[in-house]
Structure formats: structure tokens, C-alpha cells
Design a protein around this ligand. Structure first.
Ligand code: ADP
Length: 369
């Protein structure tokens, strides 16, 4: 007997998910990774939460459906892997009840332009009409005060419901708060991981963010205690990973993606951003020079099954905009401004998919069947 993925899907379409009454194929709970080796069949079922009370019975029903519909000789018992979109983090949702989406921006390496991308993404999201906050959690290199030209501004406190809260600084339509306001840079390296994480927790919870559509968090490069704190303190909607095209940077970006997607952390990756993707000289606007290699981020995105959200070229204006505190995204009539607007729009789409608990990559693949 020859077993085809289509046969398995037909069998699975007879199983209903009691939570919605839809069949599990229609509900896009069957991941597009059905593996068939002789009579052994394995695949993953995707549930929203690890605490879903229907997991065991749905897995059992899926096994039975395959044995009934495809044949008794199919080796399926114990081969269905359960994946969940959200980790069980019950206590953390309450910390920022007025924030709809919390998004971490991370990179494997320093200097790849993570902060530049974050600042411009925040401005672009605000220009698209969203309420946006930005927390600069890059303890060892906080750059938001400079990028938003608010280095000399000091955040003040406000009274809300009997509590003293920190008021973030509003610039270009973005509410900005930086750990740099609180730590003297010369002493930053003296802050040990635990101290830094505690300070950060305080900052997140004691700030008057108000209602926000998006709170972006500029994380330090690599993996650290700070990443753990963020993941454990906030119910992240997802993470955006920034990389440059060099193989060494991409290898670290891969580690960064794995940090978020491992079973314990379980934060969805909204996508990869390739920064410094190519260089175009002002006098030869049609030319693209791939200084650091071409196509690396696309290949990484494909191999890790994450979307490539955007490619940002090397342009002097981007660097100047960062240095003088006027992000290029402020002017969408420029090519660079437009590339950040496109990036913001793509990210919003990914967030919307996530919030509907649909993984677009699964979706696209499923429809090919
Ligand atoms: P990270 O946050 O990853 O350490 P930064 O955002 O601070 O990196 O960027 C490092 C340097 O590179 C900054 O001087 C920044 O202005 C510059 N830079 C970043 N992206 C670009 C780009 N696309 N074009 C030109 N310069 C850039």
C-alpha cells in the first residue's frame, strides 16, 4: 500500500477540534511537515496553548482516524508531535494590559543595525496611525536617546491610581523610554546580569505607557539574562531578528531565532530583516553592490521557515539620520523612508496572522497540497 500526504489529510479532515467545531485540517492545526517512510507516518499538530484541555483527545482521534481511513498497518501511534503557539505564561499578561502587541527586536551580533531598524520601524508604525511605544533595553549600548534626539531630556513621573509612574518621552509620535536614562554608560559594564534584569522589570512595569498598539523592545545583541527577563516578564507577540548578509552574522541570527523558538521560550518569529543588504551610490541609483554577499538572509529565512520581512540597503542617510536624531522613516517620500514603511506594513500583517493564530508559512504550504 502506498501512503500519500493527501490520504493522511483526508483522514485528519474527519477529526473535529471541539473548541471550535471545525475539522483540524480546516482549522490549520496540521503542520505542513507530514513525513512518510514506508508505513511510518509522522507530523505535528499545532495547538494554541500548552494548557489546551483537548490536546490528548484530539491526538488520539487523529491516530484513530488514520488507522481507520488509511489502514491498520500504518505506524502512527506516538508519532504525532504536539506544538503550541503560545507558551503558558499566565501571570505575565497582566503586566501591560493596555498594550496590544509586545515585539522584541533582536540580533545575533552587535553593530548590524538593530537599533537603527527598531527606531525607524517605530516611527513608520506611528506614521501608519498606530499608538507606539519603544523600550530601549540595550543596556550596554542604549542608542534611542541619540536616535530620537532626546539625550538631554529626563523622564518625569506621573501619578496614576495612587502609583508613581515614569512618563515615557514622546517624540515623532513614539513613546520612548531607554535604560540609558538610568544608567551611566561608563558604569554599565559593572551592572551584573541580575541587577540589569531587575532594573528592566521595574522599568517595564512602572511606566505609564497608556494604550498602545505596539510596544517595541530593542534587546541587547546575542543572548543574555535580559532576554530571559523579557521573555519571562512579558507575553511577547513575537520577535523580529535583524541581521546583515555576512555568513558569520547569519550564523548568529540563526542562534537568535532558535533562542526564541525553543520549546521553553516559544516566542513566534515574526520575521527576519536583512540590513545593509546592498550598497547603492547616490550617483548610480540603478546599481546595487552586494558588499557582504547576496541572498544569504533569504536562504536563512527559507531554511528556518520564517518570513523575510524586508531588505534595507546601506545608505548614508540612514547613518546620518541615526547620528542626528532624525530617523529616515520620518520622510516616506525617500526610498529609504519607503523601505521602512514597507517593513512596518509587512510586520503588521505577520502580527495580524499571529493574533488569529494562523502561521502564514503553514498556511501557504497547506494550500499547495
Ligand atoms: P546595533 O543596534 O545592531 O548595534 P546600530 O543600529 O547602532 O547597530 O548601527 C550601527 C551603525 O551602523 C550606526 O552608525 C548606524 O547609523 C549604521 N547603520 C545601520 N544601518 C545602516 C544602513 N542601512 N545604512 C547605513 N548605515 C547604517
Amino acid at each position: 500500500m502506498k501512503i500519500y500526504p493527501k490520504l493522511i489529510l483526508d483522514a485528519l479532515a474527519t477529526v473535529r477540534y471541539p473548541g471550535t467545531g471545525k475539522n483540524i485540517v480546516e482549522a490549520e492545526m496540521v503542520e505542513d511537515n507530514i513525513r512518510i517512510e514506508k508505513n511510518k507516518v509522522s507530523f505535528s499538530l499545532i495547538f494554541e496553548k500548552p494548557t489546551d484541555p483537548f490536546i490528548k483527545s484530539v491526538v488520539k482521534a487523529a491516530e484513530t482516524a488514520i488507522l481507520t481511513y488509511v489502514g491498520e498497518e500504518v505506524d502512527i501511534k506516538g508519532n504525532i508531535l504536539v506544538k503550541t503557539l503560545k507558551a503558558a505564561r499566565p501571570h505575565i499578561d497582566k503586566l501591560l494590559p493596555q498594550v496590544k502587541n509586545v515585539i522584541a527586536i533582536s540580533s545575533g551580533k552587535g553593530g548590524v543595525g538593530k537599533s537603527t531598524v527598531t527606531a525607524n520601524l517605530a516611527v513608520a508604525l506611528a506614521k501608519l496611525g498606530n499608538k507606539v511605544g519603544l523600550l530601549d533595553a540595550d543596556l550596554f549600548g542604549p542608542s534611542m536617546p541619540k536616535m530620537f534626539q532626546i539625550e538631554d531630556v529626563r523622564p518625569f513621573t506621573v501619578q496614576k491610581e495612587g502609583r508613581d509612574l515614569i512618563a515615557p518621552i514622546e517624540k515623532y509620535g513614539v513613546k520612548v523610554l531607554s535604560i540609558g536614562f538610568f544608567v551611566n554608560q561608563d558604569q554599565a559594564t559593572l551592572w551584573r546580569g541580575g541587577m540589569a534584569s531587575n532594573a528592566l522589570k521595574q522599568l517595564i512595569g512602572d511606566t505609564d505607557w497608556g494604550d498602545l498598539d505596539y510596544l517595541l523592545i530593542d534587546l541587547p545583541p546575542g543572548t543574555s539574562d535580559i532576554h530571559l527577563t523579557i521573555v519571562q516578564t512579558l507575553a511577547l507577540t513575537g520577535a523580529v531578528v535583524v541581521s546583515t548578509p555576512q555568513e558569520v552574522a547569519l550564523a548568529d541570527a540563526r542562534k537568535g531565532i532558535n533562542m526564541f523558538t525553543n520549546d521553553k521560550v516559544n516566542v513566534p518569529i515574526l520575521g527576519l530583516v536583512e540590513n545593509m543588504a546592498w550598497f547603492t551610490p547616490a550617483e548610480l541609483p540603478e546599481n546595487k553592490y552586494y558588499l557582504f554577499g547576496n541572498g544569504g538572509a533569504k536562504r536563512l529565512a527559507e531554511s528556518m521557515n520564517v518570513p523575510l520581512l524586508g531588505q534595507i540597503p546601506i545608505v548614508q542617510g540612514i547613518c546620518d539620520g541615526g547620528d542626528n536624531g532624525t530617523p529616515v522613516a520620518l520622510d516616506e517620500n525617500t526610498i529609504t523612508g519607503l523601505s521602512f514603511m514597507n517593513l512596518a506594513e509587512k510586520m503588521i500583517k505577520q502580527v495580524d496572522y499571529r493574533n488569529k493564530n494562523l502561521d502564514p508559512t503553514h498556511r501557504v504550504e497547506m494550500h499547495k497540497q
